[in-house]
Design a protein around this ligand. Structure first.
Ligand code: NAI
Length: 331
């Protein structure tokens, strides 16, 4: 029998939290034979809503769900957790600039880093979803020095999944027949969705995407901007930001990290850069990774053309700016 795992969701009374908690309890994140105890953290004004989510989780009578902790106490929330999905934070509201929310998130992530370090399982795997996701993850990493750097990641899997599905729609194939897109860089509009290594499974075997989509203009233009701006398109349509697809992609991220990626397939994860592909070390940057036995590694040796290089550098520059902005609020 597997040990019961404790999974923390911060911001659990919010939109993503509502979708995510149920997916975790259903086994979508960790598999159909992994029992879980869900820890849910939110802030005091959300106490009642948080308790409502707990009531619904209980009512759903999930066989894998062995317990639910709903709390506004950061220490209680982090105690003993094996996996932490960080969805809580100060949102970017209409009319606000990134630099206005940055100091608030820097202080939230600094405080939560110390709870993570003191109270979580020492090998806790962390996924930051809340925006600015890469920079929040970086602050978390910097202020929890005893947690291995490789344990702190951020979500770009939603962008990755969006890119796969745009190609699938274009070619009228199923999304599971498309693989190995890459999201490079920041989870922001400067991210670079790279199709140069994408393959499609057809009845005549595996084909490169550029063999099947003859329209380079689409691949080098509209495809990229559609993926970059998909989040904004969802907000326009729903008047709320993407929640079910974000929750589902967060489950994909953790599942592949813990249980492994399938052979010949990689996924995109925001991870602490070691300098691969000339990306400055010390940024949390989205790379193509494969996962095995609970560890990710960056796919090496991919050819990068000039078009890609420029876009990879632009998104790295944005992350370096975010990093120095975040640090300026710590002085
Ligand atoms: P939401 O506003 O519905 O929920 C956020 C929750 O966080 C609220 O319940 C709020 O009370 C809580 N919260 C605020 N400060 C907190 C703190 N210090 N500790 C714990 N909880 C706290 O927002 P939603 O739609 O669930 O989105 C959450 C975040 O995820 C946003 O930052 C959003 O931009 C980001 N996001 C990231 C995506 C990605 O692909 N990386 C995709 C979609 C959203």
């Amino acid at each position: 029998v597997k040990e019961v795992l404790r999974v923390l969701v911060t911001g659990a009374a919010g939109q993503i939290g509502y979708a995510l908690a149920a997916m975790i309890a259903r086994g979508v994140m960790l598999g159909p034979d992994q029992a879980v105890i869900i820890h849910m953290l939110d802030i005091p004004p959300a106490t009642e809503a948080l308790n409502g989510v707990k009531m619904e989780l209980v009512d759903a009578a999930f066989p894998l769900l062995k317990g639910v902790i709903a709390t506004t106490d950061v220490v209680e929330a982090f105690t003993g957790v094996n996996i932490a999905v960080m969805v809580g934070g100060f949102p970017l509201q209409e009319g606000m600039e990134r630099k206005e929310v940055m100091p608030k998130n820097v202080s939230i992530y600094k405080a939560q880093a110390s709870a993570l370090e003191k109270h979580a399982d020492p090998n806790c795997k962390v996924l930051v979803v809340a925006n600015p996701a890469n920079t929040n993850a970086l602050i978390l990493k910097e202020f929890s020095p005893s947690i291995p750097a490789k344990n702190i990641t951020c979500l770009t899997r939603l962008d990755h999944n969006r890119a796969l599905s745009q190609i699938a729609e274009r070619l009228n194939v199923h999304v599971s027949d498309v693989k190995n897109v890459i999201i490079w860089g920041n989870h922001s509009s400067t991210q670079y969705p790279d199709v140069n290594h994408v393959t499609i499974m057809t009845k005549d075997g595996e084909k490169k995407v550029r063999e099947l989509v003859s329209d380079d203009q689409w691949l080098n233009g509209e495809f990229i901007t559609t993926v970059q701006q998909r989040g904004a398109a969802i907000i326009k349509a729903r008047k709320l930001s993407s929640a079910l697809s974000a929750a589902s992609s967060a489950c994909d991220h953790i599942r592949d990290w813990v249980l492994g990626t399938s052979k010949g397939t990689w996924v995109s994860m925001g991870v602490y850069s070691d300098g691969s592909y000339g990306v400055p070390a010390g940024l949390i940057y989205s790379f193509p990774v494969t996962c095995e036995k609970g560890e990710w590694s960056i796919v090496q040796g991919l050819k990068i053309d000039d078009f890609s290089r420029a876009k990879m550098d632009a998104t790295a520059n944005e992350l370096a700016e975010e990093k120095s902005m975040a640090h300026s609020f710590l002085e």
